[in-house]
Design a protein around this ligand. Structure first.
Ligand SMILES: Cc1cc2nc3c(=O)[nH]c(=O)nc-3n(C[C@H](O)[C@H](O)[C@H](O)COP(=O)(O)O)c2cc1C
Length: 254
């Protein structure tokens, strides 16, 4: 029996959550990074005795399209899946409904789920510093709880998760990072972009159709050369202020 840690985490918040959870669930795990463009995900095939911890961020209350595409290429073969939806303190809406459907279609058996909060990757003032020590404690407890229930064989095969079908409409956000004068064309952003939206030769050019506004290019640029339109960012922050305020707790579903 192997434990796989399958994660889509452009700016690292989702991975922080799933690292804490996975380390408490098992001392050994195999990482599969869903942001890697060059990887052939159709070669990811699992056994019924495997456990796959699948972590995604919520984008507009949905699973990011590119993560859906890559998960659909995998072959679950009846492996158990623990779903982790990470969100920026607004809401995760239909993320679980969509993730559960995608994983079931790919042959996984969904046995448990965790909703957790991480710093909002576009508006970093919301859920700043999360996951924190208090979150680490809950996530560790959840992982131990699921592990104990799996060992006792007492998990239900019908996992009821919140969410609507059809899923909430999501057409992306109008915030696309652009390169400024300090860009020295090192190419790191182009190399690490999960969708290949940035041109390697001219990184100042981003394909708006491919860009999913994941903010990875901004987060990793060594020159801090990439930024968002300040007025649009301020307007979006104001619009979400109420919805993103107040601490939201992590939730466990069994
Ligand atoms: C394009 C986009 C859409 C997002 N939509 C939501 C949302 O609907 N609800 C929410 O609470 N957080 C939302 N967030 C925040 C992320 O879910 C959260 O910050 C997550 O931790 C980002 O994952 P990462 O750090 O692994 O990239 C969104 C972030 C991005 C980039």
């Amino acid at each position: 029996m192997s434990v796989y840690h399958i994660v889509f985490s452009p700016t690292g918040g989702t991975k922080k959550v799933s690292d804490i959870f996975t380390a408490s669930f098992s001392s050994e795990s195999i990482l599969i990074d869903l942001t890697e463009r060059s990887r052939d995900f159709s070669s990811c095939s699992f056994a019924e005795t495997d456990t796959c911890i699948v972590s995604v961020p919520s984008y507009g209350g949905r699973v990011p399209d590119i993560a859906v595409t890559r998960l659909r290429q995998m072959n679950g073969n009846g492996a158990s899946a623990i779903l982790i939806a990470v969100y920026g303190n607004r809401a995760y809406d239909d993320t679980f409904a969509e993730l559960q459907d995608v994983l079931a279609d790919s042959g996984f058996s969904c046995i448990a789920a965790v909703a957790a909060v991480a710093e909002h990757s576009i508006m970093r003032q919301y859920a700043a510093g999360r996951p924190n020590a208090q979150d680490a404690e809950t996530l560790t407890r959840f992982a131990e709880n699921i592990r104990a229930k799996m060992e006792a064989g007492s998990l239900s095969s019908h996992l009821n998760l919140p969410g609507n079908r059809p899923y909430r409409e999501y057409g992306g956000v109008p915030l696309k990072p652009a390169a400024g004068k300090s860009c020295n064309r090192c190419g790191l952003c182009a190399d690490k972009c999960p969708t290949g939206a940035i041109d390697t030769a001219t990184p100042s050019q981003t394909d708006p159709k491919l860009c999913i506004s994941c903010m990875r290019c901004m987060a990793i640029c060594p020159q801090h050369a990439r930024s968002l339109n300040k007025a649009l960012h301020a307007a979006a922050s104001l619009k979400l202020k109420k919805a993103c305020s107040g601490r939201k707790e992590n939730e466990l579903f069994l």
